[in-house]
Write a protein that binds this ligand. Structure first.
Ligand code: ATP
Ligand code: MG
Ligand code: MG
Ligand code: MG
Length: 478
């Protein structure tokens, strides 16, 4: 089943069950706690927080999401994209746990010939919050899930809150068992690669009064009206229904891999290292196009920096596949053609998208060329002195002045038979971060202090955006 059809069936399922169909919000919303929209519920936050009355009791959407916190997983796990689509249904004081379970289970297990996804119910598992006995009982009652396929988890995994006083509640996730060839027995708590998480149901029922609900503090009350927020990963469902190995091989992502194969003359599936590169290219190309489409431009701060990092990783990965010509314009076209049926604005905006991509690539290739000269000189000096290791100093200079990610330096050095003093590099990075922090403190610029932000990005790759729970930590970063 193609992604387009998966989306259509989702929307139709919930539309016919009284949900108002709401279009995806932009990836960029005016929300100081988030760089990018990372879940379907974000555009509905005012209703969940009680800041505005919900204009409808039930809603459904297919939301564009970007989770840069998952960037290091891309290409390595089977299931993490930086850009993905989250299909969701929402209840604002209307149906609650039982309704949410019924709706989800029915869509997943109804035969494909009858408008559903046709998953074999015997391969579905669920998790519940360890204190949510009600959910465990309802899964058995509503969906007939046997007790041995219901697993309890602690607050870290299965309790949702915003990290600040306000609404919170237990979650329950639905997983699909891909079978013994994919890993260990024992359900999702044993192996999340074999058991793929496809859908998360959040039951908003509590009022949180403290800042550390995850540490076991009980709620201070119950919400007067209870809400439902769910998110189903469209790419994950596509992966399972298309019988492919991972989310990068699904119909809307794979075409970029095919183009990269043509450009490089290498074949996807031939060796693990190249395969990871192919997947990174395809994933990031899509994220890049979607971000530029929504108005992000590459830069050295915040959103622009995340975009820049994604684009540089594409360029670096294609170079490691042996391609040295500009590629971003080319990949952007492939992404546009794959995504345009659902996102027609990619066609009308394409000239702009393409020119942003080309300019960024030209600029990066220029610094790459300049940096490569410095790199070559450093290699020559090191070899002349009989050494076999590039200094941390050099790696730091390449990073700081020429934007070389450390893994690029590592790979290029390895090609020359050299190692890199990574510890030295990391010490210099830490030193720089400390300085930036001190500066920030001294200047007390608060919100606008992007040097701290930049160094945090450098440190963590990108700021962590995990689930719905990162709001607090992220607002601290900004
Ligand atoms: P995981 O544990 O696999 O990282 P999650 O628990 O972080 O997923 P949720 O925050 O519950 O994910 O998001 C709701 C749904 O969105 C998930 O059940 C999954 O199907 C999908 N999803 C989450 N992150 C990604 C991603 N990086 N790429 C593709 N789909 C995702
Ligand atoms: Mg999870
Ligand atoms: Mg989840
Ligand atoms: Mg996650």
């Amino acid at each position: 089943m193609q992604t387009h059809e998966i989306n259509n069936r989702f929307i139709e399922h919930f539309r016919s069950r009284g949900h108002t169909v709401v279009p995806s919000a932009s990836l960029i919303l005016d929300d100081p706690t988030l760089l990018f929209v990372n879940a379907g519920m974000v555009q509905f936050k005012p209703y969940f927080l009680g800041e505005a009355p919900a204009p409808y009791p039930r809603a459904t959407s297919i939301q564009k999401c970007v989770r840069t916190g998952d960037i290091d997983e891309v290409g390595k796990t089977t299931r993490h994209n930086t850009f993905f689509q989250m299909a969701g249904n929402f209840s604002f004081g209307d149906y609650f746990k039982e309704g949410a379970m019924e709706h989800a289970w029915e869509l997943l297990t109804r035969p494909q010939s009858d408008g559903g996804y046709g998953f074999d119910p015997a391969r579905l598992w669920v998790t519940v919050y360890e204190k949510d006995d009600e959910a465990a009982a309802l899964w058995q009652k509503v969906a007939g899930v046997p007790a041995e396929r219901i697993q309890a988890r602690g607050g870290k995994d299965n309790y949702w809150d915003m990290g600040v006083p306000g609404p919170g509640g237990p979650c329950s996730e639905i997983y699909y068992d891909r079978g013994p060839q994919y890993g260990r027995e024992g359900g999702p708590i044993a192996d999340e690669d074999r058991y793929i998480e496809i859908w998360n149901l959040v039951f908003m029922q509590d009022i949180r009064g403290d800042l550390s609900p995850k540490q076991g503090h009980p709620p201070i009350g119950s919400l007067p009206t209870k809400n439902i927020d769910t998110g189903m990963g469209v790419e994950r469902v596509a992966c399972l229904l298309q019988g492919v190995e991972n989310v990068y091989e699904t119909d809307l992502v794979r075409p970029v891999i095919a183009r990269a194969e043509e450009l490089s003359g290498r074949r996807y599936g031939a060796n693990h290292e190249d395969d990871v590169r192919f997947r990174v290219i395809a994933d990031h190309a899509r994220s890049g196009v979607m971000l530029v489409g929504d108005g992000v431009t590459p830069g050295n701060e915040a959103r622009g920096y995340v975009l820049r990092r994604l684009l540089r990783r594409i360029i670096r990965s294609t170079r490691l596949l042996g391609v040295h010509e500009p590629v971003l314009g080319e990949f952007s076209k492939i992404v546009r053609d794959a995504m345009a049926p659902s996102y027609p604005e990619l066609v009308t905006e394409f000239d702009r998208i393409e020119s942003v991509m080309r300019n960024e690539e030209d600029a990066f290739l220029a610094t790459l060329t300049a940096g490569s000269k410095i790199f070559d000189m450093a290699v020559a000096e090191t070899k002349k002195a009989g050494g076999n290791q590039l200094t941390g100093d050099k790696a730091f200079q390449l990073h700081d002045t020429y934007g070389f990610p450390i893994d690029l330096t590592l790979e290029m050095a390895a090609e020359q038979g050299l190692s890199v003093d990574e510890q030295g590099f990391r010490n210099l990075m830490a030193e720089q971060r400390r300085r930036a922090k001190e500066d920030a403190k001294a200047r007390k610029t608060g919100h606008g202090d992007l040097s701290t932000y930049r160094s945090l990005l450098d440190q963590h790759g990108t700021t962590e955006f995990i689930g719905y729970t990162d709001l607090q930590s992220h607002s601290r970063v900004l």
